[in-house]
Design a protein around this ligand. Structure first.
Ligand code: B1M
Length: 217
């Protein structure tokens, strides 16, 4: 069995104590950190979700797998920086929207953005529109990011955007959205400039959108 196959099984089964050793072994084998995330860790969590949907896994299994995943991503976090993409020191305010407690993906997005030189303000999970508004007023970000993992909490994204618009805080900023149920079509419907299906793409697309905006000014 390859190291990545072992790692997949360990995350799937929530064996958090075994995760770091396997991640390090994969790194020693020359596997890039983002490949470990996107080709092993995330598919393992997808299978956790599928088993949960089929009632083969229960909430404690979800929690154990999430803890194992967090161990892996915390270990990899400092390595996710891509210095070749180093951007100017713009600020990004980002949070998981109201009603939603999922933060593993958002934290990966933050890791790649910080690695690319952004100053990131993390609003955590279950961030209500008022929390976004206060953070935007305080930090004047170039980009505001929204993460949602539940089809029931996706609606908090347009609700928060409407609140930002009503407060006069949306104009002049780029909005970014992502999370498993969110699509490019949603982004278009909500008038959002940036959609990304994964953390590496999020960083690249945000870099690109800011560069385009700077050229247009
Ligand atoms: Co929950 N959960 N969960 N869960 N959970 C899902 C999302 C689910 C799909 C599982 C399933 O049933 N198949 C399902 C949602 C169904 C739906 O709405 N369609 C679900 C459910 C039902 C629930 C509860 C309701 C369960 C219950 O209590 N009965 C409950 C809700 C709690 C709440 O939020 N109010 C719940 C709870 C939990 C835990 C707390 C146990 C745990 C989260 C722990 C944590 O995050 N700290 C958990 C987990 C782990 C999952 C699954 C299994 C894995 C999520 C994950 O971490 N994936 C998930 C199944 C799945 O996603 N397939 C599931 C790995 C991560 C790297 O990927 O988050 O997609 P992801 O992030 C990616 C991209 O999406 C993107 O980049 C990231 C990295 O590449 N991205 C962005 C994310 N945000 C972005 C923002 C951007 C750009 C890109 O720009 C700003």
């Amino acid at each position: 069995m390859s190291t990545l196959q072992e790692l997949y099984g360990v995350v799937l089964n929530g064996k958090r104590a075994e995760v770091e050793g396997l991640v390090q072994r994969a790194l020693d084998e020359g596997i890039p950190p983002m490949t470990i995330v996107e080709e092993t860790l995330r598919p393992a969590m997808n299978e956790v979700g599928e088993r949960f949907s089929r009632a083969e896994f229960y909430l404690p299994d979800l929690i154990l797998a999430a803890e194992a995943m967090k161990n892996a991503t915390n270990y990899l976090r400092p390595l996710l920086a891509d210095q070749s993409q180093l951007a100017s020191q713009e600020t990004v305010v980002i949070g998981t929207v109201e009603g939603d407690l999922h933060d593993i993906g958002k934290n990966l997005v933050i890791a790649t953005l910080e690695g690319a030189g952004y100053s990131v303000v993390d609003l955590g999970v279950n961030a209500a529109p008022g929390v976004f508004i206060a953070a935007v007023q305080e930090h004047d970000p170039a980009v505001i990011g929204f993460s949602a993992l539940l089809s029931t909490t996706m609606v908090s994204i347009p609700k928060t955007i409407a609140a930002l618009e009503a407060s006069g805080l949306r104009q002049g900023r780029l909005l970014a959205v992502g999370g498993a149920p969110v699509t490019q079509r949603n982004a278009d419907e909500w008038g959002v400039e940036i959609y990304a299906p994964d953390a590496g793409t999020a960083m690249r697309v945000i870099n690109q959108a800011l560069a385009n905006r700077a050229r247009a000014m």
